[in-house]
Design a protein around this ligand. Structure first.
Ligand code: C2E
Ligand code: CA
Ligand code: CA
Ligand code: CA
Length: 276
């Protein structure tokens, strides 16, 4: 038993060492990644559930590093957050996304929308609101065509500057979207206190709607509640026609997911037909 304990210890130790060195390597490589142009923004379409028409897209960040290969944002965004590098990286994503949006709108002569994700750390940048405002002007895009996606993590700290920033962004006409709705502890409470326009139902609920009656009832209730608060609803992670059909019967406004389109490069986005 003694020997086993020793082995278990060294096993965990090895695993911990591996995690630590992976982290250090990521941290080292992400530092110059922006300058080396290793980031790319890809776009996933959002579709009007009742008409099937493409109404906008979400900008999603990709990182390819020569040493590490393709690294998932799930792994590198937290490191970009902790190092503060997310501020510069976030500005890059916004600039790219708005420039693509301007081209996309021009091409179709319609008010297509773009969603961009914001991390908690970006709110500590006192220039955040100004920078976003300037980026809109620079790109020549109307504020109400930009949607900023925020998770509960942003709101959790309760800092007054976050509330001020969100009010200012909303005041500019920018739409605020609550991302990953249903996964946190107090999403409902935040809806009372912050000026949200859009509710994004998390993929984990959408996945279950055709098989689990609990998931279906929760999504049904979330949509009804959002509508009564004048929010529009986006369902994320829609993968099957049955899920889409069910969301339609529940009056969900917009959908996003592999069924409707995987994240793609801007050239591909610009070549898409908007009508099904
Ligand atoms: P998210 O904001 O919830 O983005 C949705 C994620 O679900 C994306 O993963 C997308 O590729 C994936 N997805 C979309 N449709 C489907 C589907 O039908 N099935 C499945 N299984 N997955 C689907 P991705 O691109 O790996 O991004 C992961 C997360 O990283 C994002 O989750 C977001 O929190 C974060 N992230 C990505 N780009 C940015 C960024 O520019 N800034 C910040 N702050 N965070 C970002
Ligand atoms: Ca998002
Ligand atoms: Ca999400
Ligand atoms: Ca998510």
């Amino acid at each position: 038993a003694k020997g086993l304990g020793r082995n278990t210890y060294s096993y965990f130790n090895e695993e911990m060492n591996r995690d630590v060195s992976r982290r250090l390597e990521l941290e080292q490589e992400i530092r110059g990644a922006l300058q080396r142009k290793e980031f790319e923004v890809v776009y996933q379409v959002q579709v009007n559930v009742s008409s099937g028409q493409i109404t906008g897209a979400e900008a999603l960040l990709r990182w390819f590093n020569p040493k590490l290969g393709q690294v998932s944002p799930v792994e590198f965004i937290p490191i970009a957050e902790q190092t503060g590098l997310i501020v510069g990286i976030g500005e890059f994503v916004l600039t790219q996304a708005l420039s693509v949006l301007a081209n996309w709108q021009q091409q179709h002569e319609c008010a297509l929308k773009m969603s961009v994700n914001l991390s908690p750390r970006q709110f500590r940048d006192t220039q955040l609101v100004d920078n976003i405002h300037q980026a809109l002007i620079q790109a020549g895009v109307a504020a109400n065509c930009l949607e900023l996606e925020i998770t509960e993590g942003v709101l959790m700290s309760g800092h007054s500057y976050i509330k001020k920033a969100l009010s200012a962004l909303s005041g500019l006409g920018i739409h605020l979207s609550m991302d990953d709705f249903g996964t946190g502890y107090s999403s409902l409470n935040y809806l009372r206190h912050y000026p949200f326009d859009v509710l994004k139902i998390d993929r984990s609920f959408v996945q279950g709607i055709t098989t689990e009656s609990t998931d279906r009832e929760l999504v049904n209730a979330a949509i009804a509640m959002a509508h009564s608060l004048n929010l529009t609803v986006v369902a994320e992670g829609v993968e099957t026609p049955a899920q889409l059909q069910l969301l339609k019967s529940l009056n969900c406004d917009f959908a996003q997911g592999y069924l409707l389109g995987k994240p793609c490069r801007s050239t591909r986005l610009l070549a898409l037909e908007l009508m099904p």
